[in-house]
Every structure is written in structure tokens, then in C-alpha cells.
Design a protein around this ligand. Structure first.
Ligand code: PRX
Length: 655
């Protein structure tokens, strides 16, 4: 009997093709094993050597890893560097005219920016930020559409040592305000609006609303990029157009040399309890993780690759694998404003054909929806430029994997199923495609230097194929440094005392097969994974409970064909339990409420009303029961401790 039950059995294996392996940055299993062995034998020397080789330092470091204040680990901490310099300036001698960004807009228009142009635009915005009083260590919130300007804004912050916090453009004014207040940002960079799927997304209006909320007074200026020319309100004392503030600015801005451990950014992510967590990343360690995973997992070849990661910059994937990693290597990359299904479900394939994309990184949820909307569409396009595919965000089901492999990759391209998290900053478990055979549904083996293991809840070793808690035993450079404003929570959540206080607890469960391959099974806490995005059930529950008509709410996930997980909310109202029309109306109202409170991604797919929630006699909500109800599964749990058994029938019937 497994410690945690696992349902998946998949035995197919896809070794790297000889041709791919022959040219790969890490070629063959022995080369991968040799790197792992080096890391095992001298962990610090291994990382130090890579950090010296792959980062341009202004001042060389002499300290490697400082564990004296564990789990607040410090890496390379007497070294100085600038991340933006590493992403742009160092490429200018050879790549000034190479395209850095190829932008395709929602409507199909677009343009390219070379490394020289990127350097100029980042320089001008950096100077503008400085002129508006932004100094090293100040926080800047970025609320932008997917665009070159979002990347330019992030790079400009990095250049002057300001700490950015990007908020995904789909988040509500309330969520945005919370992040502005928590970071005490001095400046917000936004756009008037953006375009997605033919529709205008208002952004400036959301910023205006957010800045009326308490706690946001530190914001003195809002820089507005004109993108959609939609109508917006203007606060002359506070708002400045991007084009006005860069006009006349020098395009040369000397990078500020930062300490290796200075924070590069804060990115908020959901946890199981409480408010979103401000994950704080370092400068050098984070950059090193981004660079190495580009080389190892994406087998990056800056001279010939056209790389495309479809993630929005509002998520960690858009930080590491759009804004920093590809640029740090001098790659050419595609940036896409729109959605995969507009104007039709062939959009991705047409773009791959047009730009001759070699490396394509996307989410299983996008793959599943494209299979559904046009599984044979890829065949109508020339996808022969592709050489490597990648997925991220959730486990990919073997059927979707096989379709991606055969129909998109022409059975020619390795697939890197990359397991990692906002907190880990870069890939942790993923195949090195010229070395490690893939198995559909498995993220395979850890990257060199990443010491993963699977244990029980007290840290006890599990043997064989038993499922348990996925942990990382040794610190590594790209791991988060702390939670902004909340170091205690950082320790409790990620380095719990039960595991000795120095081992990183990922929050995922996993098992390992006879080849040592990892299979991610899901979360061990109350975090849902909806379309590859993490949502805390508590967050949605407290947003529901804040509605004037709601007495109590519990939220669980249920499997969903396309989204991975769908959100089901069980709600008790302050009025008698509604039925029929009335129930649909209130449900619609609650869904809109959640969109306003958190953002449209958190809208429940289903809302069921009851007079009560199933609780134990001690008053604890029985979530496992709710999960069974949501799935329409037989109730096979022990319900003898249930205070109010009749409630089950009601909650079942209202579905
Ligand atoms: O549960 C795992 C799942 O997504 C979580 C991390 O979410 P987030 O911080 O939003 O970052 C998403 C992009 C890295 C993980 O704890 N997850 C991510 N990638 C995979 C995955 N689950 C299975 N397989 C993956 N490849």
C-alpha cells in the first residue's frame, strides 16, 4: 500500500534521437550523470564554477554558500553584478543587430526589437524611472499586457536595482491593490489597455480603482504605455504617458551594480491559507538557475534557435523563461499578445510556421484545449522548424503528451515536461533532452545539483514506488530567499520543523518508479491547479464569505478535461437555500463577485447551495466528503463523525 495512492501507470519511454543527442549541450546519459556526480561530490564547488562561467560579474564573489542563518541561505553574497547587463549589454559586441524580441500582436501585426534597440529602450525607461525618484531597493508594480514593454519595464527595474512585482493583467483591482500595499510600491507601470482574442482589456481603469484602496498611498507616479487607445481617466498630477517620459531621455543608463543577494523581484503566489505569498528572489542565484535550465533543459543555441514560451509575464514562467532566461543567453524569442484560439485554433501553428520557431514551451491546458478545438489543425502547417517542445504547470496526461509529440513534434522533437514552482525560480525536475529518455506524464529526473527526494510527513524515507512528499534536501541558488514581509511564514511553510528546518518542502506529492523517474501526483495542501495556475481554496472561500449574502463557503477542486482542475464552491447563504431560477441568479452574482475580488481565473465552475456544510462534531468542514460530492463519486469515507448527515443529500441534489 502506498503512503499516498497513485493511479497512473505508464510504461512507454522515448530515448533522445541520435541526431538530437549528437548536437545537444549535454549529450548522453553519462554526461548527465557526470554532472550530477560532480554536484554530489562537491556541491558548493559545482555551483561556484557554473556561476563564474555563466554570469558576468562586476566584482567576483569569494563566498559561495552561507548557511549560518538557514533556511535563509545566501549564495555568492560578496559578488556584484547587474542582471540587465547580463541580459542585454554583454551580447552587444556580437548580437546588437540580432532580434531579441519578435512581437506578434493580437490582431496579427507586430514588430521586432534587436538587442541594440532593446538596450536603448531599457536605457531610456531606466533613466525615466530614476528621474521619477526610483532608487535601488524601491518597489515598482508592473500591470501590463503581454508585450515587449512588459519585458522592457522589468529589465529597466533590474538595471537600476529597483525590485519589480509584476501582477498578471487578469487580476482584479482588489488583488492589485493588495500587492501594491504589501510591497509599498512607489510607482506603477501599466498600459491604457491590451488586446486579447479581439477584445480590449482595460488595465489603466483597474489601476485607478486599485489606487483608491487603503494602503496604496506610497504610489506617486503611474507610467502608462499607450497600447489600445481606449478611453481612460487621467490624473494629471500622478499619471505620465510612457512615450512622454522616455522622450528626450538618454538611451544610455549605466547599470547599478547590485549585490548577488539583493532582491530582483517579488512575485505573489497562492498558498493554502491566508493572503497570497510574496515570493522574493535574489539576483545572482535566480539568474544562474534561469541560464542553466535554458542550456540544459531547452538545449539553448542562441545562434540558431527561435524560442517561444507562451506564458504571460505575470507568472513565474514568464519571468524566468521570457523576461530573463532567454535574454541572458542572447536568444531570439517570440512574444505573443493574444490567445491560442483567436482568430482560430491554428494560431500557434501558424506562428510557429511563420517565425520558424525551434523551441516551443507551453502548458498542458493549452494543449488539451487545442486538441479539442482542432486536433488535426497542426497538419495544415509546416512545423518542421521545431526541434524541442516543453510543457509546464501541471502534469500532462499521456494522451495529450502523445498528441503533442506526434502531431506537433512530428515524432521528432523531444518533450521536456518541466516540474518547478514560483518558489524554485527555475526548472527542478525535467529531462535534459539529449540525455534522458522521456516517459509521457513523468517530469523524469532532477537537474544536476538538485537533490530531490520523497519522504513521509516526518521526513522518513520511503522505499520503492511509494508516493509521499516531494522535498529538496540541499539549498540551490535559484530558490526563493524569503516571503516579502513574512520571514516566519517562509520558515513554517517551506522549511517545517518536522523535516528538521533545513529541507525545502515543495508542497507537492510524488512517487518514483524503478528507473528513479518522478511522477507528480498533486498538491498536499488545499491549493488548486486550474489551467496551470495555482489558486488557494482559502482565498476563494474568504472572497465568497465577504459577499453580503454568504454565511459560509467551502471550495474544492474536481478533475476537468481541459483545465486540469475545476473549482466547485459549496455555499450556505444567510437566506433560505435558493432553488431553480433564484439559485442560478445568485450563483451568477457570486461568480461575478469572485471575478471582482480576485480575478476571472478564480470564478467557480459550479456553485452548489445548501442549508449547511458537512462538518465533524468538532465543527471542522469535511473537505474530503465535499471532494467526493463534487466529483459525483460514491461516498466511501467514514461519515460516522458527521454532525449532520442529511446535508449530503441536499448538496448532492443541487448539482
Ligand atoms: O503542483 C505543481 C504544479 O504547479 C505548481 C507550481 O505552480 P506555480 O508556482 O504557479 O508555477 C507554475 C509554473 C512553474 C507545482 O507545485 N506543476 C508545475 N509544473 C508541473 C506541475 N505539476 C506536474 N508537472 C509539472 N511539469
Amino acid at each position: 500500500m502506498s503512503y499516498i495512492e497513485s493511479a497512473l501507470q505508464e510504461r512507454r519511454s522515448f530515448p533522445p534521437a541520435a541526431e538530437f543527442q549528437g548536437h545537444a549541450n549535454v549529450s548522453g546519459l553519462d554526461a548527465y550523470r557526470a554532472l550530477c556526480a560532480q554536484a554530489e561530490s562537491n556541491h558548493e564547488a559545482f555551483w561556484a564554477d557554473l556561476a563564474r562561467r555563466h554570469i558576468d560579474w562586476h566584482t567576483a564573489f569569494t563566498h559561495i554558500l552561507d548557511e549560518s542563518d538557514a533556511p535563509f541561505y545566501r549564495w555568492f553574497d560578496d559578488g556584484q553584478l547587474n542582471v540587465s547587463y547580463n541580459c542585454i549589454d554583454r551580447h552587444l559586441p556580437v548580437r546588437a543587430d540580432q532580434a531579441a524580441l519578435i512581437f506578434e500582436a493580437d490582431d496579427g501585426g507586430g514588430y521586432q526589437l534587436s538587442y541594440r534597440q532593446l538596450h536603448e529602450q531599457v536605457g531610456a525607461l531606466s533613466n525615466a524611472l530614476k528621474m521619477h525618484g526610483i532608487a535601488p531597493g524601491d518597489r515598482v508594480v508592473i500591470y501590463m499586457p503581454m508585450s515587449p514593454q512588459a519585458v522592457i519595464a522589468m529589465q529597466a527595474c533590474a538595471r537600476i536595482g529597483a525590485i519589480h512585482s509584476v501582477v498578471f493583467g487578469g487580476f482584479s483591482a482588489k488583488s492589485l491593490a493588495e500587492r501594491i500595499a504589501d510591497t509599498q510600491a512607489k510607482l506603477v507601470i501599466t498600459a491604457d489597455g491590451g488586446f486579447r482574442g479581439g477584445k480590449t482589456v482595460p488595465l489603466k481603469a483597474v489601476v485607478d480603482e486599485a489606487l483608491q484602496q487603503p494602503g496604496t498611498d506610497a504610489v506617486g507616479k503611474v507610467i502608462v504605455y499607450r497600447r489600445a487607445s481606449n478611453e481612460i481617466a487621467w490624473h494629471a498630477e500622478r499619471d505620465i504617458w510612457w512615450h512622454d517620459c522616455v522622450a528626450g531621455m538618454s538611451t544610455v543608463c549605466e547599470p547599478v551594480w547590485m549585490n548577488a543577494e539583493d532582491p530582483l523581484f517579488i512575485l505573489y503566489t497562492s498558498g493554502s491559507t491566508g493572503k497570497p505569498k510574496g515570493v522574493q528572489h535574489s539576483s545572482a542565484g535566480y539568474l544562474l538557475g534561469a541560464i542553466l535550465s535554458m542550456l540544459w533543459v531547452f538545449d539553448a543555441r542562441p545562434d540558431s534557435d527561435v524560442y517561444w514560451c507562451t506564458a504571460d509575464v505575470g507568472w513565474i514562467t514568464g519571468h524566468t523563461y521570457v523576461a530573463y532566461g532567454p535574454l541572458a543567453l542572447g536568444m531570439t524569442q517570440v512574444i505573443f499578445e493574444g490567445v491560442p484560439t483567436y482568430p482560430d485554433a491554428g494560431r500557434f501553428w501558424r506562428m510557429i510556421q511563420q517565425y520558424r520557431v525551434t523551441t516551443f514551451y507551453t502548458a498542458p491546458t493549452a494543449i488539451r484545449s487545442l486538441i479539442k478545438l482542432g486536433g488535426d489543425l497542426p497538419e495544415q502547417y509546416d512545423l518542421s522548424s521545431l526541434r524541442l517542445l516543453g510543457t509546464v504547470g501541471e502534469p500532462i496526461n499521456p494522451q495529450a503528451w502523445m498528441w503533442f509529440y506526434q502531431t506537433v513534434g512530428g515524432s521528432r522533437c523531444p518533450i521536456a515536461d518541466t516540474w518547478w514552482q514560483t518558489e524554485t525560480g527555475s526548472h527542478m525536475i525535467a529531462p535534459l533532452p539529449g540525455a534522458v529518455a522521456a516517459k509521457p506524464g513523468s517530469c523524469t529526473l532532477p537537474l544536476p545539483g538538485i537533490m530531490t527526494d520523497i519522504v513521509d510527513e516526518l521526513g522518513g524515507k520511503l522505499t520503492g514506488d511509494q508516493g509521499g512528499y516531494l522535498i529538496i534536501k540541499r539549498p540551490f541558488p535559484s530558490l526563493l530567499r524569503t516571503l516579502w514581509n513574512d520571514p516566519e511564514r517562509f520558515k513554517q511553510v517551506y522549511f517545517p520543523a518536522e523535516l528538521g528546518g533545513k529541507t525545502y518542502l515543495t508542497g507537492d506529492s510524488a512517487h518514483r518508479d524503478e528507473d528513479g523517474y518522478y511522477w507528480i501526483m498533486g498538491r498536499i495542501d488545499d491549493v488548486l491547479n486550474v489551467s496551470g495556475h495555482r489558486l488557494g481554496t482559502m482565498e476563494i472561500e474568504s472572497a465568497l464569505a465577504a459577499h453580503p449574502q454568504v454565511a459560509e463557503a467551502a471550495v474544492v477542486g474536481k478533475p476537468h478535461d481541459i483545465k486540469g482542475e475545476a473549482i466547485v464552491a459549496f455555499v450556505v447563504l444567510k437566506i433560505p437555500c435558493p432553488e431553480g431560477e433564484a439559485a442560478s441568479e445568485i450563483a451568477a452574482d457570486l461568480r461575478n463577485w469572485i471575478a471582482k475580488q480576485i480575478g476571472a481565473i478564480a470564478k467557480p465552475d459550479e456553485i452548489r447551495f445548501g442549508d449547511n456544510l458537512p462538518k465533524t462534531r468538532s465543527g471542522k468542514i469535511m473537505r474530503r466528503l465535499l471532494r467526493s460530492l463534487a466529483r459525483g463519486a460514491e461516498i466511501d469515507q467514514d461519515i460516522s463523525t458527521l454532525e449532520n448527515p442529511a446535508i449530503l443529500q441536499q448538496l448532492n441534489a443541487t448539482s
